[in-house]
Design a protein around this ligand. Structure first.
Ligand SMILES: [Mn+2]
Length: 427
């Protein structure tokens, strides 16, 4: 199904008087702070976040899965779903595919469908964390780090195949996340496993087209619990540095131990020009895959404060990072969850744009932690929801995306079209 632009418009008309009032009040406040409202709106509109194909179906835990029905059954339906999100929020103009879950059948048709939905193809993701039905050798004891050269070769070849699919669709980057590691002390030789991983990644890097980037994702635990081969940003950075200038670290917010200072990691990587990609989600404990901003919106703001500082630094050699949501849920309608996540990202980004950087630097030079906090929290406590809504409205999307999604009964239509038992491929 596709959303009717006229229906969005008529629901916008109903919401408009209220929106106008709050937006005009906020605009005045921002103008008083010497901020250019139109420029802020432009930046919010330019900030596009990719939706991963696997977030459109119900996620699960190892104990169970509670699907809500109407899930996309094919790559085409996944693209259509992201297209609907983008029509509602004008902020999710890209889709990130996962191979082998999303192997395109007719490439030209898939590309045309994406274009019709206003979508680009973001980074492609490989999968060596599970065995596929026709696969010859098993990844039970690792993939790129495996003791058996045959398994490593198979995993390298899979990544090269993912690159070929990505090339066909117009992607420009490959994200590698590995489940490789060990669950018991003594099980694996740390040094050999890391060396073999580096050697395998070198083969993948060599197989990338000249204009592609390789993103190396890290994670401290799970599914292995004693050690993971690429456990942290430092290990990822070590690998990316040895691979070459088109290899970068990818930060996933859920891939840290509790209380890790993620904003400092962001600052350090951007200082080195090595932050390539970013996966948004939120968590209480680890890789919880909760809605972005659901648990720690202030931390998200502090991270964006460093991202914006890095992006605005004219000396920085860091490329513009690839932004993606990486979450998958058991409780919420995945589409509503993604709408909430995009809004949380846009809010944190816009709040970070509000920070008076000159004043903050002065406070830092003066060793004035009180004033530094005042500056940051003045930005964080500004309610920018009307600004985000205006950015959407001006882009032809919905003033209130979730309300429109519910009023148009999108999920009900999807269940009618696809059935109550449909299951998104890959989950
Ligand atoms: Mn991730």
């Amino acid at each position: 199904m596709q959303l009717d632009k006229n229906q969005i418009k008529s629901l916008n008309d109903q919401a408009l008087p209220d929106h106008r009032e709050s937006f005009e009040y906020l605009s005045q406040r921002l103008i008083h702070q010497n901020l250019e409202v139109e420029k802020l709106i432009q930046k919010i509109q330019d900030f596009q976040v990719a939706i991963p194909s696997w977030a459109l179906g119900t996620g699960g835990t190892r104990f169970g899965r509670f699907p809500g029905g109407g899930e996309p059954r094919s790559l085409e339906e996944k693209i259509t779903d992201v297209g609907m999100l983008h029509a509602l929020n004008a902020g999710s103009g890209a889709i990130s595919l996962h191979i082998p879950w999303d192997i395109p059948g007719n490439v030209e048709k898939i590309k045309a469908l994406a274009t019709a939905n206003g979508l680009l193809f973001d980074a492609v993701n490989s999968n060596t964390f599970q065995d596929q039905p026709e696969q010859e050798l098993s990844y039970k004891f690792g993939s790129l780090c495996h003791t058996d050269a045959g398994v490593r070769k198979q995993a390298v070849n899979h990544n090269l195949e993912v690159i070929r699919y990505g090339e066909m669709l117009g992607s420009k980057s490959l994200t590698v996340w590995l489940a490789d590691g060990s669950s018991f002390p003594g099980q694996m030789n740390f040094r050999k496993a890391l060396q073999r991983t580096l050697d395998s990644l070198k083969e993948i890097y060599a197989g990338m087209p000249e204009d592609w980037k390789l993103f190396v994702e890290y994670k401290p635990f799970e599914p292995n619990f004693y050690h993971t081969v690429i456990q942290d940003w430092g290990t990822s950075h070590l690998l990316a540095s040895q691979l070459g200038e088109r290899a970068f670290t990818l930060v996933d917010l859920g891939h840290h131990l509790p209380n890790t200072n993620i904003e400092q990691i962001v600052a350090t990587l951007m200082m080195q020009g090595k932050l390539g990609g970013f996966h948004f989600n939120d968590s209480k404990f680890g890789d919880d895959d909760l809605t972005v901003g659901a648990m720690k919106p202030y931390q998200l703001f502090l991270i964006f404060n460093e991202l914006v500082a890095g992006m605005e630094d004219k000396q920085s050699t860091n490329p513009s990072p690839a932004w993606m949501i990486d979450a998958s849920h058991n409780l919420k309608d995945p589409m509503e969850d993604l709408l909430q996540s995009i809004e949380a990202i846009q809010l944190a980004y816009a709040q970070a744009l509000l920070v008076d950087r000159d004043a903050l630097e002065s406070a830092r030079e003066d060793n004035d932690p009180v004033f530094a906090q005042e500056i940051l929290q003045a930005a964080f406590r500004t309610d920018l929801r009307p600004l985000i809504a205006e950015a959407r409205f001006q882009a032809g999307a919905a003033i209130q995306p979730i309300s429109v999604y519910r009023k148009l009964e999108v999920r009900k239509q999807l269940v009618l079209e696809r059935g109550s038992k449909s299951q998104a491929t890959g989950l």
